[in-house]
Ligand binder design. Structure first.
Ligand SMILES: *Cc1c(COP(=O)(O)O)cnc(C)c1O
Length: 372
């Protein structure tokens, strides 16, 4: 089918070949193979929902007949205060997704390379191809980020490096010293995009220093999202910060009214409710530890939970129970998780940390399926 749509024809518009080669992003499913609605632990959404303040703000967002504030001034101001960043150095996006794509588009194009680690976030491949650049994949180190491998994969054509920290789908994390080493090893004309979609789940003491780097370096952009710990995936709000020149470029090409009225209002209220963020972080840390401990007991049945600093755990299956069988079995128990053959991980299942009851049920089901 790809061939049909990419073959130039006088009868219909011809897409650019680099666009026709893109495999569309595959979102986490919420229904089973026969359409039944399942409990969704496949998209890393917040099991505690959304803060009450953000829910209330939705009803009073303002006049829907009017365009929203094109510059999200109030929201950028609140984020600037929270993180100690000049709001002029914050750019909002329709989810951080928009910003990841804009970063690639602004700094890479045909003939250029966009670099990321194997098992990196799947949007990076799409972002690279969308602007006609060549995606380049560096080897992982036991599913995690290998700074040496990334640096070794840099060529004169490299323009952008994407790194999610913590990474999705692996959950892996590298600390401040490794981030600093990566940055120090890159030419200054290469844009380093550090995607911190899960940064709020990391303990403050383990901060990777990316925001501090973005405040001083001319070639570092940090992206954040309201989709994960803030529980606002449905509102599509992300932001990025970096050098003023980087922020200026993204502002030129983002959608002019990219954040809707309710997106701005609910995100602003969510920023003001840091107690909800802290509760979500605590819940995640507690339930993730409990879940990983139960999985570790299945080690001699070939299940290995990979170390995670995020709100999900990637499990490697090397025993009698395969990841595919576990995925299908959990579906029969009413849970949809994320099996990842399309990302080169047919031996792995990614499971979002849900409620305590859900994690107990999943651990019990896996224990039973593994024959333990
Ligand atoms: C979920 C996620 C995002 C967030 O995307 P949004 O467009 O903000 O919803 C970004 N990066 C990674 C690695 C993610 O897992």
């Amino acid at each position: 089918m790809t061939d049909t749509i990419s073959t130039p024809s006088a009868d219909r518009p011809s897409p650019k070949p680099w666009i026709a080669q893109i495999h569309a992003y595959v979102p986490g499913k919420s229904t089973g193979t026969d359409g039944q609605v399942l409990l969704k632990l496949s998209a890393n959404e917040n099991p505690l929902g959304t803060s009450a303040a953000a829910q209330a703000a939705r009803a009073h967002a303002g006049d829907q007949a009017r365009y929203p504030d094109p510059d999200s001034v109030a929201l950028r101001g609140a984020l600037g205060t929270l993180h100690g960043i000049d709001p002029a150095r914050i750019v909002m996006g329709t989810g951080s997704d928009e910003l990841l794509n804009l970063a690639a588009q602004a700094y890479a194009g045909p003939g250029d390379q966009v670099l990321f680690v194997r098992y990196g976030f799947s949007v990076y491949d799409i972002a690279a191809r969308r602007c006609g650049a060549q995606p380049v994949v560096a080897p992982d180190r036991d599913y995690g980020t290998d700074v040496d491998a990334l640096l070794a994969a840099v060529t004169p054509a490299t323009r952008v490096v994407f790194l999610a920290n913590p990474n999705n789908p692996t959950g892996s994390y590298i600390g401040r010293a490794e981030i600093a080493r990566l940055h120090a090893g890159l030419r200054r004309d290469i844009l380093l995009v550090i995607d911190q979609a899960y940064a709020e789940y990391v303990a403050a003491a383990d901060d990777d220093g990316a925001l501090a780097l973005a405040a001083t370096a001319t070639n570092v952009l940090v992206t954040r999202t309201f989709s994960k710990i803030y529980g606002l995936a449905g509102e599509r709000v992300g932001w990025a910060t970096g050098d003023a020149a980087l922020v200026d470029m993204l502002n030129r090409i983002r959608g002019p009214f990219n954040l809707s009225l309710s997106a701005q209002a609910t995100a602003l209220a969510a920023v003001s409710d840091q107690a909800f963020v802290a509760a979500s972080r605590d819940h995640n840390r507690r339930e993730r530890a409990r879940f990983v401990e139960r999985l570790a007991a299945l080690g001699n049945h070939g299940l290995r939970p990979l170390p995670s600093e995020a709100n999900f755990v990637l499990i490697e299956f090397t025993g009698g129970l395969t990841a595919e069988a576990a995925y299908l079995g959990l579906m029969e128990h009413g849970y949809i998780t994320r099996w990842l053959p399309g990302q080169g991980l047919p031996q792995c299942l990614r499971i979002t940390i849900g409620t305590a009851e859900q994690m107990d049920a999943i651990a019990a089901a896996l224990t039973q399926m593994a024959g333990a």
